[in-house]
Design a protein around this ligand. Structure first.
Ligand code: PXG
Length: 463
């Protein structure tokens, strides 16, 4: 067995080894190799990253929507080191627990919306979503309604890459590989007004129409076959789709009317991203189950959790017997210790309030004034520190480009070259910077985003 070589390597060596041995997520490897490989990121501090050639890059995506408190934060680093030294691992199976896992369960019950008092730990958002699927089906079986198996998700929804999570998600390219979705998963219209609102249909009317699509699907299937509706408060990876205010209250009523459980996937929206602790707080949603990951540890170590509301928890606890489900790393003590330090830091620094009162409004204002009338921009929208800029062929008519995704990718590459991580979802540019970003850094972020979009417009001969 060769020893791993940890001596510093040059960028080109790292790229070559990466291409030779490393299969990346969501990557066309042949195209990746043709481009000569990727960037090697070596260091982070605050909202900034450095690559192996010492370029400084503003991370407008918080890693992958997760580094809420920014990079290099001592309290998280020390919590991990202390817990590793004391007890690096123990499980939560077989009637055991560890102090950080117990304490984190209490803190999560306290900071999530009222009524969500129990937590099941997992290692990733995908595992959390799979757990939610198994849990809601188990619940209905215990209630004597085993036919209630169907899970309704939405088009453009992203809930992870395991079989069940990819089935809940509404991503057609994922479904085309590996015979997905699994049986008993179905998808409805998302509240994406820019894409789906009819000419002249106002946002609230469209929001009600999108909610009505859920009710129609429930009625088509028969409510006695539907276990749950699983949805992100704001769809993140689908392109930061912010629902009109009319949407969630209507969805809540529909789920109640048909006794369909409501699962809020808060993997992106949770922990301050929208200017409230959870997207459910922002939209006044009362979910039966809530999935959490990413911002729970600010991405410093993997961790996820499923908050279980009273209704499902009572049945599970009182009538469920053994729930045959769990992961080696459920409630990992190091991850739990980091989560506790992370949540304490979010509180101490008032980050959620800052997003609501200072940085969220500043980002919205800077985006609006910067892109008003831009020849490539059809819409900017944001909620807290989640934002999207729609690039279109014709802003007046919202006409898309002939080849979806090409312009977005080009723009993303310009951004990266200009020292900004901004993601492209097809031709929608999305931003989700760390919650510690300052107003001056927001100016810098929007300036760099503008430079990338201007460069893209010049490539297309529009500027
Ligand atoms: N739910 C939601 C709402 C997510 O955004 C998951 C579940 C799955 O989490 P894990 O930890 O299993 O990856 C996610 C993940 C992107 C991107 O490119 C988004 C995610 C993951 C990777 C890439 O926007 N979201």
């Amino acid at each position: 067995m060769p020893r791993p070589d940890t001596a510093p390597r040059r960028t080109d060596d790292l790229r070559q080894i990466d291409l030779a041995h490393h299969l990346h997520p969501f990557t066309d490897h042949a195209a990746f190799a043709n481009e000569g490989g990727g960037r090697i990121i070596v260091r982070g501090e605050g909202i900034w990253l450095w690559d192996s050639d010492d370029n400084r890059i503003l991370d407008g995506m918080s890693g992958l929507w997760c580094v809420n408190v920014g990079y290099g934060r001592r309290p998280l680093i020390e919590a991990a080191a202390d817990q590793m030294a004391r007890l690096a691992y123990y499980n939560t199976f077989f009637k055991t627990a560890t102090p950080p896992a117990v304490e984190l369960a209490r803190v999560l019950a306290e900071c999530t919306p009222p009524g969500l008092e129990h937590v099941f730990f997992a290692g990733s958002g995908s595992e959390a979503v799979d757990t939610a699927v198994r849990l809601v089906r188990h619940y209905w079986a215990l209630k004597g309604a085993p036919r209630r198996r169907v899970i309704i998700g939405r088009r453009h929804g992203y809930h992870g890459s395991t079989l069940a999570a990819a089935s809940v998600g509404g991503m057609a390219p994922m479904h085309r590989q590996g015979d997905l979705p699994l049986p008993d998963f179905t998808h409805v219209l998302p509240p994406y007004a820019f894409e789906y609102a009819r000419p002249g249909e106002d946002a609230d009317a469209f929001g009600r129409r999108a909610a009505a699509a859920l009710e129609e699907r429930i009625l088509d299937l028969g409510a006695d076959r539907v276990a749950a509706f699983i949805a992100e408060p704001i769809q993140g990876a689908g392109g930061v789709l912010i629902p009109p205010d009319s949407y969630w209250p209507e969805v809540q009523r529909i789920c109640a009317r048909h006794d369909v459980l409501l699962v809020a996937d808060e993997v992106i929206c949770g922990f301050g991203r929208t200017g409230r602790w959870f997207g459910a707080d922002r939209f006044a949603i009362r979910p039966d189950v809530m999935t959490l990951a990413k911002g729970i540890t600010s991405g410093y170590v993997p961790m996820a959790a499923v908050m279980v509301g009273e209704r499902v928890a009572r049945t599970l606890i009182d009538d469920g017997g053994e729930f045959f489900h769990g992961f080696t790393y459920s409630g990992h003590p190091v991850a739990a210790a980091v989560a506790l330090a992370n949540l304490a830091l979010i509180r101490e620094e008032g980050l959620v309030e800052r997003v609501a009162q200072v940085t969220g409004p500043a980002l919205a204002q800077r985006l609006a004034e910067t892109f008003a009338g831009h020849p490539l921009v059809g819409e900017v929208r944001s909620c807290g520190l989640l934002a999207a800029i729609e690039l279109v062929d014709n802003p007046a008519t919202r006409r898309r480009f002939a080849e979806p995704g090409k312009v977005g990718t080009r723009c993303r590459d310009h951004a990266f070259a200009g020292g900004l991580v901004m993601r492209a979802v097809r031709d929608t540019m999305v931003l989700a910077p760390p919650l510690i970003i300052t107003e001056a850094e927001i100016d810098e972020l929007v300036t760099r985003a503008r430079a990338a979009i201007d460069a893209t417009a010049r490539d297309l001969g529009r500027l």
